[in-house]
Write a protein that binds this ligand. Structure first.
Ligand code: ZN
Length: 413
C-alpha cells in the first residue's frame, strides 16, 4: 500500500518531509541501538555525541516545519530514550479518548487474565467508579470505552452459557455507564460461539444500551476447549453483515495462543502478551482479510491494539511474498495492505514506543490511529507521559488522542 500523507501545518512537499522524518527515526534508532551494544566507554561517548548532534539538528528542522514537536536529547546517552523525549514546547494534548480499557465481572474473574493479578489489581479491574475516574484524570483521559477483560466470553465452550454470560456482562456495564455517562462508554462482549446470537446481542447493545461497538477477545472455544473458531469461517458471514449494517467497529483484542501448539511447548511465557497475543491476533486479522471478508463487506471497521500487532511493519513483505509465491494465495481481491489501510484502525494500547508509532503512521496514516492505554494492565500515567510528549506533530497528536475517535464513534463529541 502506498504511504499515506501526514497532516502538516507547513510542509509543501509532503513526500520530502516523510522521507526526512523516516530518516530521522531510522538514524536515531540505529544510533541508539548501536550505543547499547558497545562496551567501549570512549567509543560510546563519541557515538552518543554523534547521535545527539544529528538528532538535535534534524529535529529542530522538523519541528520548525510543524512535523514533530521540539525534541531534546538530554537523555539520549542512556541509549534508550532519545526520540521519546521532548521539551514542554508542544501544545497541550486534548482530553483523550481511550478504548482498550478493561473491566471484569465476578463471574468471569477466575478464568480471566485478571486472576493472575494481586487483590489490588483485581479491585482496579472490577472498579467502574471513582478510582478508575481518578486514574483517567491522572492520564488526561476524558472518556474510556470499557470492555470485558479476556478471554471472557470467548473461553466459555458451552453456547447457552456463553450467550447468557455475555448478556450479564453487557447489562452490568450498561448499569455502570449510566452512573457516569460522560466518562464511560461500552464495547459489547459477544458470544461468537453462536454467530446469530452474537449478532442479536450486538444489535441489542448498540440500539438499546447505546454501546459503541464490540470488543472480542480473539478466537472462541465451542463445545470443547480444544475446538476453536476463527471469524473468517463461513458461518460468521451473516454476523459480519450485522456489524456493517449497525455501522460500529469490531475490536479484535488478543487472547493467548493455545498452549497445545508445539511452538509454545516448554515456553508458556511466550503464550500471552509477551508474544502469543501478537502472533494470534495478527494471524486472525490476516485470515479475515485473506478470506475476502472486506470485499463482501467493504464498510467494516476492525480495530487492532498494540500498534497493530506487528502487521504494519510486515505488510510490504506479506504482499510481496503473495505476489511471488508459487503456492496458495488469499481470496481477497486486492493487496492485504489495501485492507489494512481501509478497514482497520490501530490503537496505542500497551505499546508506548515512538519508533513504532511513527512506522504505523507511515503505513496507515495518522487518521487511523487511536489512543489507548490497556488499563489496568498498563499504567495510565506512563502512557500519558509518553504520548503527550512523543515526537509527532501537535496535529497528529490531537487526532490520535481524540478527534479520530470522535469521527469513528457516534455520540463522542
Ligand atoms: Zn487489552
Amino acid at each position: 500500500m502506498a504511504e499515506r500523507q501526514f497532516e502538516t501545518e507547513a510542509a509543501n512537499d509532503v513526500e520530502f518531509w516523510l522521507c526526512l522524518r523516516s530518516l530521522v527515526v531510522i538514524h536515531c534508532a540505529n544510533s541508539f541501538s548501536r550505543l547499547k551494544e558497545t562496551t567501549n566507554e570512549t567509543s560510546q561517548r563519541e557515538k552518543c555525541d554523534h547521535a545527539t548532534g544529528f538528532f538535535n539538528r534534524v529535529s529542530k528542522a522538523l519541528a520548525s516545519a510543524g512535523i514533530i514537536s521540539v525534541v531534546t536529547s538530554s537523555n539520549a546517552a542512556d541509549g534508550s530514550l532519545g526520540i521519546n523525549e521532548t521539551t514542554s514546547d508542544s501544545a497541550p494534548t486534548p482530553a483523550k479518548i481511550a478504548l482498550e480499557e478493561h473491566f471484569v465481572i465476578p463471574e468471569t474473574l477466575s478464568a480471566s487474565y485478571g486472576a493472575l493479578g494481586s487483590p489490588e489489581f483485581q479491585r482496579r479491574l472490577q472498579d467502574i467508579g471513582s478510582s478508575r475516574i481518578a486514574e483517567m484524570d491522572r492520564g488526561g483521559v476524558e472518556v474510556c470505552i470499557l470492555s470485558l477483560v479476556g478471554p471472557g466470553i470467548q473461553a466459555i465452550p458451552n453456547v447457552p452459557q456463553a450467550i447468557s454470560m455475555a448478556r450479564r456482562a453487557n447489562d452490568h456495564l450498561a448499569e455502570q455507564i449510566a452512573k457516569n455517562p460522560k466518562r464511560f462508554k461500552g464495547f459489547a462482549a459477544l458470544p461468537l460461539q453462536g454467530p446469530q446470537a452474537a449478532a442479536g446481542e450486538l444489535t441489542r447493545c448498540v440500539r438499546e444500551l447505546g454501546f459503541c461497538g464490540a470488543l472480542v477477545n480473539g478466537w472462541s472455544q465451542i463445545s470443547t476447549p480444544e475446538t476453536i473458531l476463527f471469524y473468517d469461517l463461513p458461518q460468521f458471514r451473516d454476523f459480519w453483515a450485522t456489524v456493517q449494517q449497525l455501522d460500529v467497529p469490531f475490536y479484535l483484542h488478543p487472547r493467548s495462543a493455545p498452549t497445545r501448539e508445539p511452538a509454545y511447548e516448554g515456553h508458556s511465557w511466550l503464550t500471552g502478551s509477551v508474544w502469543g497475543f501478537t502472533s494470534e491476533t495478527a494471524i486472525h486479522a490476516l485470515r479475515l482479510i485473506g478470506s475476502g471478508l472486506f470485499d463482501q463487506y467493504p464498510r467494516l471497521n476492525v480495530i487492532l491494539g498494540h500498534l497493530g500487532e506487528g502487521l504494519p511493519c510486515s505488510i510490504w513483505r506479506i504482499d510481496n511474498r503473495i505476489l511471488r509465491t508459487l503456492g496458495d494465495r488469499p481470496k481477497a481481491k486486492l493487496p492485504i495492505g489495501h485492507y489494512l489501510g481501509e478497514n482497520f484502525y490501530i490503537t496505542t494500547s500497551g505499546n508506548f514506543r515512538t519508533q513504532t508509532l511513527t512506522e504505523v503512521m507511515l503505513e496507515v496514516g495518522s487518521d487511523r490511529i487511536l489512543y489507548s492505554v490497556d488499563y489496568p494492565f498498563e499504567d495510565t500515567e506512563i502512557a500519558a507521559n509518553w504520548f503527550d510528549h512523543c515526537a509527532i506533530s501537535d496535529l497528529d497528536r490531537s487526532k490520535v488522542a481524540r478527534t479520530n475517535a470522535q469521527q469513528l464513534f457516534r455520540g463522542l463529541s
